[in-house]
Design a protein around this ligand. Structure first.
Ligand SMILES: Nc1ncnc2c1ncn2[C@@H]1O[C@H](COP(=O)(O)OP(=O)(O)OP(=O)(O)O)[C@@H](O)[C@H]1O
Ligand SMILES: [Mg+2]
Ligand SMILES: [Mg+2]
Length: 515
């Protein structure tokens, strides 16, 4: 795939991602971190509110999680790193500076591969820093409201090298990073809830020429907005360069109503952050033993899971695996406020699939039941995937009933729909339910190869079809096999969907070719 734009320009993109660390406590204080549903100003302490005399105390759990992220991103962890003050005066930062790692970040030179494009993106560095408070401005009363719940929450700023070459690659980078951070339990990575935010740097140039001047679009909180912002920025910069002018280096915002980027400030009015080492914090020393220990306890990364699933389950396609893994990467997080954490509902789609894949079941059939039937019906009901909708015991039994020919596929789908739209207890057997809904085939019907018999209702329906559709039957006799579907459809309506397609085809073929 060409990575050039149609008119020969090339876009160069580098992304800075802020990911909130999923820790119970803040980075430098013992105050609990907050979720969106916590009442304002209930999750902070004297240090977070910058009372004089309070001192930062580094939270070990945040460092362990940060190390997990660094290792998952193949970074080299620095034995010595340090913290600096980045000064700016804004109401969301009560102390007047943010603690960050400007001069010596704890992790450098990593890499993440985007599976869809088989593209490595280099990670320049990861730095630890504090999140800000949240300010809301009421223009009518000209009043700012400050909520300190978020202030001091640990953040990882993950910075890429400018290796990304299209809005699609940028979107894939964010999704891959999000899935990785979630898989290692470092961050909820939830863009809507603000636990993952991106600044995207965009420039354009002609290949072979020096890189163009970058503009940085700040604080994008959805992949959709990021893609739109990059596309707009490409066009804006093209217009400037095509009229032989220079792109000024700027920090820009994205207007969600106009779908355009707009100027926040130019390089000349960039604030002077007056970076200085934080005198209250010493050198952060991370020894190799700790790194090795965390490395050996890393849960499987998405790449490894993808490869394992493809090797372990015969017949499973890459597309099946992507669907299952994307479901897990995008699982809805239920905020469970008072326990101070967020929790996932049930097990993920991959675990659900693996639980269903007992040795006697065909993995491809199981995957299709999940990705086509279950997900199809859930999406028409506008409900997200959850392993709780239909427990694996019932889903497994349903698949087995269809595979063994005890119910037809359409009946299986009907049962699935019935399960999803009614409150069916997890203890009910699917066979029982099939009997109640009158879709269980009699033993003689269940075997498609046994063609019988005087008292077989499907057999009689087929005979009636032959009588009712004489011209279709003539067409089949003349070799027009497609017409068979119409006859089968007729039998299906007659038997209210209870007949087995394979069997109907066999009965009709037998009857018309023997008469
Ligand atoms: N020519 C370019 N075009 C597009 N992106 C670029 C270009 N040069 C550098 N970048 C990207 O810009 C980003 C710079 O981020 P970095 O955190 O290093 O500095 P910053 O944006 O100046 O600082 P701050 O963290 O205060 O925003 C990186 O992701 C880098 O890959
Ligand atoms: Mg940065
Ligand atoms: Mg930046």
């Amino acid at each position: 795939m060409s990575r050039l734009l149609l008119d020969g320009w090339q876009v160069v993109i580098g992304i800075e991602t802020h990911a909130q660390i999923k820790s119970r406590l803040k980075l430098f204080s013992k105050a609990p971190t907050a979720l969106l549903n916590h009442p304002v100003n209930t999750r902070y302490n004297a240090f977070d509110a910058s009372f004089p005399g309070t001192l930062p105390q580094l939270n070990r759990k945040c460092i362990n999680l940060a190390l997990r992220a660094a290792l998952a991103l193949n970074c080299s962890v620095q034995t010595r790193s340090s913290f600096d003050r980045k000064h700016y005066f804004y109401s969301d930062q009560p102390v007047g500076y943010q603690i960050t790692q400007h001069y010596a970040p704890f992790a450098l030179n990593g890499r993440i591969t985007l599976p869809k494009f088989d593209l490595p993106v280099r990670i320049k560095q990861i730095q630890l820093e504090q999140d800000t408070a949240k300010s809301t401005f009421n223009p009518r009363t000209k009043t700012s409201f400050i909520d300190l719940n978020r202030v001091g929450t640990g953040l990882l700023e993950i910075v890429t090298e400018p290796d990304i070459r299209s809005p699609e690659e940028a979107a894939e980078y964010v999704r891959t990073l999000q899935a990785l951070l979630r898989a290692v339990g470092v961050s909820d990575g939830n863009m809507e809830a603000g636990s993952l935010r991106c600044d995207v740097n965009v420039s354009i140039n002609r290949p072979g020429e020096p890189p163009g001047t970058r503009c940085e679009i700040k604080n994008l909180n959805s992949v959709k907005f990021m893609v739109a912002a990059i596309k707009h920025e490409i066009e804006r910069q093209k217009t400037i360069l095509n009229s032989s002018e220079q792109v000024p280096q700027e920090t820009r915002g994205f207007d969600q109503d106009r779908w355009e980027t707009f100027k926040l400030r130019s390089k000349e009015d960039a604030p002077d952050y007056r970076y200085m080492p934080d005198p209250n914090l010493g050198i952060l020393i991370i020894d190799q033993t700790r790194v090795e220990q965390i490395k050996s306890n890393l849960p499987p990364l998405p790449d490894e899971t993808r490869e394992r699933l493809l090797n372990q389950y015969r017949g499973l396609t890459a597309n099946n695996v992507d669907i299952l893994m994307n479901l897990d990467a995008n699982r809805e997080i239920n905020y469970d406020g008072d326990k101070g954490g967020s929790k996932l509902d049930g097990v993920g789609a991959v675990a659900y699939f693996e639980e269903l894949c007992t040795p006697d079941r065909d993995p491809k059939t199981v995957a299709n039941w999940i990705t086509q039937n279950l997900l199809g019906q859930l999406s028409s009901l506008d409900r997200p995937f959850s392993s709780h909708h239909i427990p694996t015991s019932q889903m497994g039994e349903l698949i087995d009933l269809v595979t063994s020919g005890q119910i037809t596929r359409p009946s299986g789908k009907l049962l699935l729909k019935h399960m999803l739209t009614n409150d069916i207890p997890a203890t009910i057997s699917m066979r029982e339910l099939a009997r109640e809904l009158d879709v269980l085939l009699a033993p003689s019907e269940a075997s498609a190869s046994t063609i019988s018999s005087e008292d077989d209702p499907v057999y009689h329906a087929c005979l009636r079809a032959i009588e009712a559709l004489p011209s279709e039957i003539t067409a089949i006799r003349a070799g027009n096999a497609n017409v068979m579907n119409k006859v089968i459809g007729w039998v299906m309506r007659e038997t209210k969907g209870k007949a087995d397609v394979k069997k109907v085809r066999e009965i009709i073929n037998n009857s018309i070719h023997s008469s």
